[in-house]
Design a protein around this ligand. Structure first.
Ligand SMILES: Cc1cc2nc3c(=O)[nH]c(=O)nc-3n(C[C@H](O)[C@H](O)[C@H](O)COP(=O)(O)OP(=O)(O)OC[C@H]3O[C@@H](n4cnc5c(N)ncnc54)[C@H](O)[C@@H]3O)c2cc1C
Length: 401
C-alpha cells in the first residue's frame, strides 16, 4: 500500500486548512444562529473565493472544471473540509450533489450534461437524490413502491419519498423508480432526472431532524410524485440500471463521508484538548490533569488514527483495483468510522460540560447532524452483515438468497 501523495498536495491541504480557519469557521456560529438561508449571500461570496483559489470541486476531473484529484487525494481534502460544518458545501463537493455530478459525468447524455451537470458544477444550482421511502425499509431498497411508467415520450412518476436531503431549493432530483416491474429485482429500477418544477413534483415539507427544522441545503425533505411527467430523455443511463448506478455512487461516496467524519473527529479532538487544558476545576488544576480525561484523549487519538488508515486503505484499493475489490473495506469503514465519530464527539461534548450542548462551539451541530452516520448510506447492521458474509464465504458458508 502506498499512501504517498504528490508534494503539491501538502500545499493544497495547508492552503485549504488556512482558508477554512480564516473564511469558513467564522461563518459557523452565524449559520447556527440565523439559519442556512439567511447566510446564503455570504456563503456564495465565500464560494467565489474558493473558485479563485483553484480549490473548486476537488473530486471532479479537470476537463469538467474541478481539481482532478484521485479518490485518495480527495479523501485527504475531505478530512480537512470535514472540520467545518460548512466545508464541503463551500468547496462544491457536498453530498448529494457530489454523487449526482459523478453519475452525470459517467452516464449523462450531452443534453443532460448541458442542462443539469454544467450548472451544478458551476455552483449555480443544487440537486438531491430521492431513493428512500417512508413506507418501505430503506435498508432494502429493492422493495420500493415509486413507479415511473412510460407514456408516449414521457415517464409518469408516482410515489412517496423522504429523507431527500437538500430537496428544499434544489433544481432537480435524481429519482429511483421502478420502470421494469417484471424484471429481476436488481434490474427493476431506473434513475430519472426530475426537475423540481415539473408538474406533479411536490416538496411536502422539510422534516424536523434531531430538533432542527432544516432549510435550503441543510434540510431533509418529504417528497411526493403525483403523475409527475418528465421526458424519457431524462433517463440516466439505461432502463433497469438504477441499482448499478446507485452502487457506483455509493463506493466513492462512502470514502467522502468517512474522510469527512475523520475531519469532524479532528475538530472535536482539537476542541476537547483545548478545553481540557483551559478549563480549571480549581486554581492551577486544569481538567487535563484528570486521568479519565487523559484516557479519553489517548483513546480518541488512537481511534482516529486507526480510522483514518482504514479509510485510506479502502480509497487506495478502489483507486488501484476498483470498487468491487474493496467491498469488505468499504463496509468496514462505514460502520467503524461512524462509531469512532460518535464516540469522539461525545467525549468532546462531555469535556465541555454544558457549554458542549450550546451553539458556542460546533460540537452540538456536529452531534445532531451526524447521529445519522450510523443509518444513512446503509445502517451499521447491513454493513456488518456484508463484511461477515464475505468473510464466512471463504469458510464455506452457503448464503441463502
Ligand atoms: C441524515 C440522513 C440523510 C439521508 N439522506 C438521504 C437522501 O438524500 N436520499 C435518500 O434516498 N435517502 C436518504 N436517507 C435515508 C437512508 O438512506 C435510510 O434511512 C437508510 O437506508 C435506512 O433506511 P430506513 O430509515 O428506512 O430504516 P429501515 O430499513 O427501516 O431499518 C431500520 C433499522 O433496522 C435495522 N436493520 C435494517 N436492516 C437490517 C438487517 N439486514 N439486519 C439487522 N438489522 C437491520 C437497522 O438498525 C436500521 O437502522 C438519509 C438518512 C439520514 C438519517
Amino acid at each position: 500500500m502506498d499512501f504517498a501523495v504528490r508534494p503539491e498536495m501538502q500545499q493544497i491541504l495547508a492552503g485549504i486548512q488556512q482558508f477554512l480557519e480564516q473564511e469558513v469557521y467564522p461563518l459557523e456560529p452565524e449559520v447556527a444562529a440565523r439559519g442556512f438561508k439567511a447566510l446564503l449571500p455570504q456563503l456564495r461570496a465565500t464560494r467565489e473565493k474558493v473558485k479563485k483559489l483553484g480549490y473548486w470541486c476537488p473530486q471532479i476531473p479537470k476537463d469538467y472544471g474541478g481539481m482532478g484529484l484521485r479518490l485518495l487525494e480527495h479523501g485527504l481534502v475531505s478530512a480537512v473540509l470535514g472540520r467545518s460544518t460548512l466545508g464541503h458545501y463551500v468547496f462544491n463537493c457536498q453530498a448529494p450533489d457530489a454523487g449526482n455530478m459523478e453519475i452525470l459525468i459517467a452516464h449523462g447524455t450531452a443534453e443532460q450534461k448541458k442542462n443539469y451537470l454544467e450548472p451544478l458544477l458551476r455552483g449555480e444550482i443544487r440537486s438531491c437524490f430521492a431513493m428512500t421511502e417512508p413506507e418501505r425499509p430503506g435498508s432494502n431498497p429493492l422493495w420500493m413502491e415509486t413507479t415511473a411508467r412510460r407514456d408516449g415520450g414521457h415517464y409518469v412518476l408516482n410515489g412517496h419519498k423522504w429523507f431527500t436531503s437538500a430537496a428544499d431549493g434544489a433544481a432537480f432530483a435524481v429519482v429511483m423508480a421502478i420502470t421494469n416491474p417484471e424484471a429481476a429485482p436488481h434490474r427493476r429500477a431506473s434513475q430519472i432526472i426530475v426537475p423540481t418544477g415539473a408538474p406533479g413534483f411536490k416538496l411536502v415539507r422539510n422534516l424536523r431532524v434531531m430538533g432542527h427544522h432544516g432549510e435550503d441545503y441543510a434540510s431533509h425533505g418529504e417528497v411526493v410524485f403525483e403523475d409527475c411527467r418528465v421526458p424519457q430523455t431524462n433517463l440516466l443511463g439505461t432502463e433497469g440500471a438504477g441499482f448499478l448506478i446507485a452502487q457506483e455512487r455509493l463506493g466513492a461516496g462512502r470514502i467522502h463521508h468517512c474522510m469527512r467524519w475523520i475531519g469532524i473527529c479532528e475538530r472535536g479532538f482539537d476542541l476537547m484538548c483545548r478545553r481540557a487544558v483551559a478549563r480549571e476545576l480549581a486554581p492551577g488544576k486544569p481538567l487535563a490533569t484528570r486521568q479519565i480525561i487523559q484516557q479519553w484523549i489517548a483513546e480518541s487519538r488512537a481511534e482516529i488514527n486507526a480510522a483514518r488508515l482504514m479509510v485510506l486503505e479502502a480509497a487506495w484499493k478502489i483507486d488501484n483495483f476498483g470498487q468491487l475489490a474493496a467491498r469488505v473495506e468499504i463496509s468496514c469503514i462505514k460502520f467503524f468510522v461512524a462509531d469512532v465519530l460518535l464516540r469522539v464527539l461525545d467525549r468532546a461534548v462531555q469535556t465541555h460540560g454544558a457549554l458542549g450542548l450550546t451553539s458556542e462551539t460546533p460540537l452540538a451541530a456536529f452531534l445532531a447532524g451526524e447521529r445519522g452516520a450510523r443509518i444513512y448510506d446503509g445502517p451499521d447492521e447491513v454493513h456488518k452483515m456484508v463484511v461477515a458474509r464475505q468473510v464466512l464465504k471463504k469458510y464455506g458458508l452457503q448464503i441463502p438468497s
